[in-house]
Write a protein that binds this ligand. Structure first.
Ligand code: C5P
Length: 401
């Protein structure tokens, strides 16, 4: 089930480190390729030699080899892996991860890893329940890391409670499900619009908005991670994209975005419209920079095409179309009207009232609204996690077709 998957196993200094030996064997048995990175404390519990022998790769825990002076690249380790699994993760390492500390190779690897990170905490019950640990774990979850909640049971201290690392078989099973899901959209094509549009006034000025593009890019990444081929039509942003499944199509104005979207839409199964498209553009674009003159300058605006509405009209059976709404008043009512007029399968309502939601931030708080009036309300999450919720919902609709 894990054939060909590259798993970087991070081992930290807790007694549960002995279970990681079984975990490593199990992962190898399932066909995964595994490299191990340890914290200096972890090797006090289980020797490097054990992990090196079983994984078939040398195991590093320092930044360089003290004898040869050879430097170990944490960046390379992070880029190599399909997933970074930290098991066991002690309270200490979890705290350092939450605060961005980088005083060992495992932590520098964590900070530079681009792959999903899965954390299996293991510690005594009171350490686990401590407000500091719980807060650190929730910070990590908010940043998109996956936490495999520990089991309840007898602990090394003799106490009984939650804190036992999940059993190797449970973790392997989770990874199998995780990778199965990661290819669940293979063979499908998707279109995503993202970012603002800029509407030119003259060669050096434009009308725009504060959209950062983060939500749309996170959606494109999530679709690509699950195996879809993604066409990401993006207005001007500072973001970059690295996933090979994503074709980035850069546009500036609403009309350009409209043209590209109409071209691509008939060939895709899924379209998510996260762009903040300007509703109006200047009627005329001055060919020269407009000179400062009188006390007033009037710019006449004309309506832009509504990409969502046009795609909604074109939508054929089986295609899924999802849009966003950002409302300042009568949120629900306006969102439902939009959902209907644009023929969306569901609409994602962004909250403007909650701190941390909306434009520019890394987090968002959303509601999904369906044409039958059903509403799903979500807590504040990182945009990466909101993207997962949106794609999970789309997959749910696809499965019901
Ligand atoms: O009508 P409103 O702009 O509030 O609708 C928001 C939804 O419609 C978003 O999904 C947005 O990407 C999409 N939209 C569009 N083309 C426009 C305006 C909005 O695709 N011209």
């Amino acid at each position: 089930m894990l054939k060909g998957k590259k798993i970087l196993l991070g081992v930290t200094g807790g007694i549960a480190a002995y279970k990681s030996v079984y975990l490593l064997r199990e992962l190898k048995k399932q066909g995964a390729e595994v490299k191990v990175v340890m914290t200096p404390m972890a090797k006090e519990f289980v020797g490097k030699l054990t992990f090196a022998t079983l994984s078939g790769y040398p195991v590093e825990e320092e930044f360089f080899d003290r004898q040869t002076g050879q430097w170990f690249s944490h960046v390379e380790l992070g880029l190599w892996a399909d997933v970074f699994l930290i098991a066991p993760a002690t309270a200490n390492t979890i705290a350092k991860m939450a605060h961005g500390l980088a005083d060992n190779l495992l932590l520098t690897t964590y900070l530079s890893a681009r792959c999903p990170v899965i954390i299996a905490p293991a510690m005594d019950v009171d350490m686990y329940n401590h407000a500091a640990t719980q807060q650190n774990l929730s910070v990590l979850k908010q940043r998109g890391n996956i936490v495999l909640e520990p089991n309840e049971g007898e602990l090394a201290s003799g106490l009984v409670g939650r804190g036992r690392m999940q059993e190797p078989e449970q973790i392997v099973e989770f990874l199998e499900r995780f990778f199965a899901k990661s290819q669940s959209l293979k063979g499908l094509k998707a279109l995503v619009t993202a970012g603002p549009t800029y509407e030119l006034i003259d060669p050096v000025r434009f009308i725009g908005n504060f959209s950062s593009g983060k939500m749309g890019y996170a959606i494109a990444e999530e679709l690509a991670m699950r195996g879809a081929k993604v066409f990401l039509i993006s207005g001007p942003t500072h973001l970059s994209i690295a996933h090979p499944n994503i074709e980035l199509i850069k546009v500036v104005s609403a009309r350009e975005m409209h043209r590209k979207a109409l071209d691509i839409f008939p060939s895709v199964k899924i379209a998510v419209l996260a762009a903040a498209v300007a509703d109006y553009r200047p009627a005329e674009v001055a060919s020269q920079k407009i000179k400062k003159s009188g006390d007033e300058l009037v710019i006449r605006l004309v309506k832009n095409p509504d990409i969502a509405r046009d795609l909604g009209k074109l939508k054929s059976t089986g295609q899924i179309l999802v849009g966003f709404a950002l409302e300042t008043d009568n949120e629900l009512q306006n969102a439902v009207e939009k959902l209907k007029s644009k023929n969306f399968d569901f609409i994602v309502l962004n909250s403007l009232k909650d701190e941390g939601a909306g434009f520019g931030t890394d987090t968002n708080k959303v509601k999904f609204i369906f044409s039958n009036g059903q509403i799903k309300d979500f807590p504040l999450k990182t945009k990466k996690y909101v993207a997962k919720d949106i794609i999970d919902q789309i997959q749910d609709l696809l499965e019901r077709q």
